[in-house]
Design a protein around this ligand. Structure first.
Ligand code: SF4
Length: 290
C-alpha cells in the first residue's frame, strides 16, 4: 500500500477478533490466525514439539515485525520481487498481461522451481515452509461456512494466473492453522541461508523432520524455500530417506535430488547447488552424523 501497489478502497482492522490462541494437545497444535509470530515462536509447546516452526519464525523478519505480524498475515504476504513493488515495471502478478520484467531482468533472488513464463517470483515465507513439511492445514471461514485446506494446496503456483496466489475466496478469513502431532515433528528443524545473518529473505532454506527408530528412518518430511514460487516439498528426497540408516553419505545422496526439475534464470543458477548443500546440511543437523 505504501508503494501504491495496492489501493484498497477500505481497510478493516480485525485485531479484536478472538483468534489469538495457541493450544497444544496430544493430537496436534492449533495456532490462531491472529497469534503473533513472536508469541508462537516463544511458546514452550511449539519449541519442544514443533521446533521447525519455532526456528522458522525466529529467523523471519525483525524482532519488531515479529511482535506485530500475525500467522495469517505471514501466510498472505506478497512477493519480494522488486519489479512487483516498482509500479513503473511490467509485472503479470500486479497487472495481468503486462509481462514479467524479472524474466530478463535482475533475477538473482528469483525461483528455479515451480516457475512459469508468466512469473518467476520466489515465495517469501519461512513459516510456510515449516508448515508444509509438517503437513499443516489452514482453516477458513466466511458467511457461507467453514472449510479447511492443506498448506500444500493453499499457496498456488503462478501458471498463467500469477495474480492468484492463494486458495482464498472473497469474504473468507483465515481463522487458524492446525499442525498434526507425529513422531517426526519433535525431531524437526529449519535452516535458512541468506546474504546476511539477520533481517533478510532466504536464498535457500530447508525444513526437515525425521523419525528415526532403531537406527532406521521411519518417516521423513523435507520442504524447501527461497527457491520456488511456493514452499516446495521434496518427495524424491523423502523417498530416498525412508527405511534407510542415517549416515553422512545418505544425507548427500538424498539431497542430490533436491533441485530435480529446476530451471534457472540468468543470475540464479547458483541456487541449485546451494539448495542441495542446504538440504544435506539440515538433514545432518536433524538426523545426526554430520
Ligand atoms: Fe511480476 Fe512475477 Fe515477474 Fe516479479 S517475477 S515481475 S512478481 S510477474
Amino acid at each position: 500500500m505504501r508503494e501504491t501497489v495496492e489501493r484498497p478502497s477500505s481497510v478493516v482492522d480485525i485485531n479484536d477478533l478472538p483468534l489469538h490462541e495457541i493450544s497444544s494437545t496430544s493430537s496436534g497444535l492449533r495456532i490462531g490466525a491472529l497469534a503473533r509470530m513472536s508469541d508462537v515462536g516463544a511458546h514452550p509447546a511449539v519449541r519442544t514439539r514443533y521446533p521447525a516452526i519455532a526456528q522458522a519464525l525466529e529467523l523471519s523478519a525483525s524482532a519488531q515485525l515479529r511482535n506485530a505480524a500475525s500467522i495469517g498475515g505471514n501466510l498472505m504476504q506478497r512477493t519480494r520481487c522488486t519489479y512487483f513493488r516498482d509500479v513503473s515495471a511490467s509485472c503479470n502478478k500486479r497487472e495481468p498481461g503486462t509481462g514479467c520484467a524479472a524474466l530478463h531482468g535482475h533475477n538473482r533472488t528469483h525461483a528455479i522451481l515451480g516457475t512459469s513464463e508468466a512469473c518467476v517470483a520466489a515465495h517469501p515465507s519461512d513459516l510456510a515452509v515449516a508448515l508444509l513439511a509438517l503437513d499443516a492445514v489452514i482453516h477458513l471461514r466466511s458467511r457461507a461456512g467453514a472449510r479447511s485446506v492443506p498448506v500444500a494446496n493453499f499457496l498456488l503456483r503462478p501458471g498463467t494466473t500469477p495474480e492468484r496466489e492463494h486458495d482464498i475466496r472473497p469474504g473468507e478469513l483465515i481463522t487458524a492453522v492446525d499442525v498434526p502431532a507425529a513422531a517426526h515433528t519433535r525431531t524437526s528443524g529449519y535452516l535458512k541461508v541468506r546474504d546476511r545473518q539477520s533481517y533478510e529473505f532466504a536464498l535457500t532454506s530447508a525444513a526437515v523432520a525425521l523419525h528415526i527408530e532403531e537406527d532406521v528412518i521411519r518417516s521423513a518430511r523435507v520442504a524447501v524455500g527461497g527457491v520456488a514460487t511456493v514452499p516446495w516439498r521434496l518427495p524424491a528426497v523423502e523417498h530416498r530417506l525412508l527405511g534407510a540408516r542415517p549416515s553422512r553419505q545418505l544425507w548427500v545422496d538424498a539431497a542430490a535430488k533436491a533441485a530435480d526439475g529446476a530451471r534457472s534464470l540468468r543470475h540464479n543458477a547458483f541456487k541449485a547447488e546451494l539448495l542441495r548443500r542446504t538440504v544435506a546440511r539440515q538433514l545432518g543437523t536433524v538426523g545426526g552424523r554430520k
